[in-house]
Design a protein around this ligand. Sequence first.
Ligand code: ZN
Length: 317
Amino acid sequence: MSANDHSVGFVTHDACLRHLTGPGHPERPERLVAIVERLQDSGLWDSLTHTPARQASLADIALVHSQRYIQTACHEITQGRPALSTGDTAVCPDSLAAALWAVGGVMTACDAVTAGEVRRAFCAVRPPGHHATPDAGMGFCVFNNVAIAARHVQQARGAAKVLIVDWDVHHGNGTQDVFYDDASVLYFSVHRWPFYPGSGAEAETGTGDGEGLTVNAPLSVGAGDSHFRRALESVLLPAARAFGPEFVLISAGFDAHVDDPLGGMNVTPRGFGELTQMVCEIADNCCDGRVVSVLEGGYGLAGLAESVETHIRSLMA
Ligand SMILES: [Zn+2]
């Protein structure tokens, strides 16, 4: 094993700090600040490969989103509306640039991993993405960072089959919508249910060519490490083995953390580390370990930062 086998890229951009959501909003710039400070204080910062982000183009966004929604989002944000008309996503005039840098950052991370510059990568970007459907931003999300990245690795990087693992406490309805009838993407979500945004029942399994490739593992309020671990072991593992992904993306929300103000679940930082390890093992067996992990939710600053640290340590292992 060469030294490079442990290398983990880290992608963020200052533009993501300028997406302001208003006083008291849980999805705030301080989330990224807390993550960076924790990584610096723990000494992990210097062990990461800092991969410069790029800004996505509107053509990149169109890999997933409709022209009509792209125009709506661009217009409403630049006109200074306080929120998108399509759903509960607070915005400010700088939010468009932030959203484009967030998407571009994840695409850059995917490029670095597929080019072998790093083995895996973590993207500390915002706004988050997994609630954004092809036609609507909602749930604090503008563009679906992970879904666009999946299309990017398929089209530009030749990975035909992509696995998306989503352990954010909320169901990733947007990502599910994008790939619901698609045979080339396995979407797995473990989440609290019933809960926002309402989707994510076990019976939602995909349609047409995508039948069986949407896999939902709903959990009751209060679920903790063992419940999440079991969902990955008994539901994700067999599905992933049968699918054989060539690239793995994680929608890494940390709002199932025990102290999260929104989530109502009991996952510990150590638990997030174990989930990470399980996903890395899938990637090691299927696709030379290639994993790009992307921040979604997580609203208690200390719990978020500690969880991201254990997550990155597991990505490095
Ligand atoms: Zn969430």
